[in-house]
Ligand binder design. Structure first.
Ligand code: 6R9
Length: 570
């Protein structure tokens, strides 16, 4: 398909001559933006908040602009510094130390952000979890990380299997208490805590965040990031988000997802910009209303949301004044050219697609304001990053040839570990390249074009779901003997989860049973992991070594040729 490029954005922006900067760039140029460049001591929370709080011109600027349907609150940089200091002191009082894992399982709220920053300030490692997670998902992540403390709410506490988590020493409850004196009352302890803190200065290579993400096999992986990530989160905040002093920035992602931390916390605050956080459920009216009310200038969202806005129609968009918008970005799944064109109509703005992963910690490939956009392309590598298409041995392929999308190892925000699984970590790297698991090609102008996942990972509404985790849950249901799970293409959600199952003796197909099985996954794992479609089969195709052949299930589903089935079990 040939599509006319959309011209570069006119006017003043932060990366005016991409090609020139790209050619000459060295990451060291960024270091002098930070105080640690002279002191050698670092803490990302200091650079994101305290530094601005100590600046007389910035301290009273709004850092956090929080709203939800029933609450509105704003915090300046000075206030955010105090609140996060207080929480850090609460943590210290309860013996949280450098390197300890402290997890957060709660909805977006000002308390979430105070806690998150407080955790970093004592040198501990923060582990944010989606509030939608159910018991099994919560358990697996807290168990694997050996989290010592959890910050949650009384409402979510029932999903925390405390008796099965020997490492979990303390639970902080935000917004109310539950019976029993084993819990720490957030509100009460915050009141008593000092807002003066000796921040824990750490090394650039010390851990700061663990995000759990799904692969195609095994339990979710703990992707471990270090303070050094700030270099790239700051730089991409300028080049890609195009953040400037007076911007009002809104990233719609939940901090349970890497986009909600790297770009919902770090990039905006490292750049000293006002950060809008909106809680509550998605509706087109609510989102347009948020853009209008706070006069958002830079907006970072995802294709699945844009597609929902598109299908809500322009009548809805036209009810709102969206003239404050200057720059719009998208990540998480392929951004359909149709959506790019809708963006031009609805907002008279380009939507800038960019590509990265939980493991990469920050954006790597992007459409910059100063580049023409080829609708459907993810753009070009950011300065300081070498991207290529490689074969399975790690040899670079020529333009227009499809292969593995790979990045030369060593960008600042790269993950440094898969928690407790060094062999898993090593398996990402071939011949000096980080191999992403995505297939893509590069065109003759150096633009990258996403083609698909090479493994079986499902991308539903921008969420990565591992088929293995869903299959494991399915077969815990008494009626299910075997299960194979695939992503089925869907116009709005990108993919939906489809499960193929075989039934145990004594069970027969009925709509009630299928619904019960679906709810079983939803209640056990999370709503986004529950299969939207379940189909009963006589057998699930497997290889001779017993691996579920999801590729074959997918071919059947889509009516495609089945390819090589030589390893199929008799
Ligand atoms: C940040 C984030 C990573 C996977 C990635 C790819 C898909 C992300 C994309 C995209 C096409 C884009 N993905 N951005 N696919 N175009 N612009 O999404 O992290 O949740 O780890 O997902 O998402 O398949 O490998 P994560």
């Amino acid at each position: 398909m040939h599509m006319k490029p959309i011209a570069a954005r006119e006017g003043n922006h932060n990366l005016k001559d991409y090609e020139q900067v790209y050619k000459n760039f060295d990451w060291k140029e960024i270091n002098n933006q930070f105080s640690w460049d002279t002191t050698g001591k670092v803490n990302i929370a200091y650079e994101a908040v305290d530094r601005h709080a100590e600046d007389p011109n910035k301290k009273d600027k709004v850092a956090l602009l929080y709203s939800s349907p029933d609450r509105e609150e704003s915090l300046t940089f000075a206030q955010l510094k105090e609140k996060s200091n207080q929480f850090a002191n609460v943590l210290k009082k309860h013996n949280v130390e450098k390197g300890d894992r402290v997890f957060l399982f709660m909805p977006r709220s000002p308390e979430f952000y105070m806690s998150f920053l407080g955790i970093l300030k004592v040198g501990a490692i923060a582990g944010p979890l989606f509030e939608a997670f159910m018991e099994q998902a919560v358990h697996d992540r807290l168990e694997d990380s050996e989290a010592k403390m959890l910050v949650t709410t009384p409402e979510l506490l029932d999903r925390v299997p405390q008796d099965k988590l020997p490492h979990l020493k303390q639970i902080v409850l935000v917004g109310g208490m539950r019976e029993g004196n084993q819990y720490i009352d957030f509100e009460q302890e915050m009141k008593q805590a000092s807002d003066e803190l000796e921040i824990e200065w750490v090394d650039l290579e010390d851990g700061m965040v663990i995000h759990y993400t799904s692969g195609s096999t095994g339990k979710p992986k703990g992707v471990y990031h270090v303070h050094n990530a700030m270099i790239q989160q700051y730089a991409t905040g300028r080049w890609v988000l195009d953040l400037k002093e007076d911007d009002v920035y809104w990233c719609t992602a939940d901090p349970g997802w890497v986009t909600g931390t790297s770009y919902g916390i770090f990039a905006p605050w490292l750049n000293g910009v006002t950060n809008v956080i909106r809680g509550g459920r998605f509706t087109p009216e609510d989102w347009y209303g948020t853009l209008e009310k706070y006069k958002v200038t830079v907006w970072y969202s995802a294709p699945t949301a844009f597609r929902k806005l598109l299908s809500a129609g322009s009548e809805v968009a036209n009810k709102f004044d969206l003239s404050s918008l200057r720059h719009i970005l998208s990540v998480g799944e392929p951004l359909n050219p149709e959506v790019v064109h809708w963006g031009l109509e609805a907002f008279d703005k380009r939507i800038h697609d960019n590509w990265w992963m939980t493991e990469t910690g920050a954006q790597l490939i992007s459409n910059f304001p100063s580049l023409p956009i080829k609708p459907g392309s993810m753009g070009k590598p950011i300065p300081g990053v070498e991207a290529a298409i490689v074969d399975n041995e790690g040899n670079v392929l020529p333009p227009k040839q499809m292969g593995n999308l790979a990045i030369k190892k060593g960008w600042p925000s790269m993950m440094r570990q898969i928690w407790k699984r060094p062999e898993k970590y090593e398996s990402y790297f071939i011949n000096g390249w980080y191999v992403s698991g995505d297939s893509a090609y590069m065109d003759e102008d150096g633009y990258f074009w996403f083609q698909g996942r090479l493994d079986d990972v499902i991308n539903t509404s921008g969420e990565r779901v591992g088929p293995f985790e869903v299959e494991s849950k399915l077969i815990e249901h008494p009626a299910v003997a075997e299960a194979g799970v695939i992503g089925k293409p869907d116009p709005e959600r990108g993919e939906i989860i489809k499960a193929f199952i075989t039934l145990r003796e004594g069970y027969s197909q009925s709509d009630e049973l299928l619904e019960e099985i679906r709810l079983f996954v939803k209640k056990g794992l999370s709503a986004h992991a529950a299969p939207r479609e379940i189909e009963i089969k006589d057998t699930i195709p497997k290889t001779r070594s017993g691996k579920i052949m999801r590729r074959l299930l997918k071919s059947w589903e889509l009516g495609l040729p089945t390819g090589d089935t030589s390893t199929l079990e008799e």
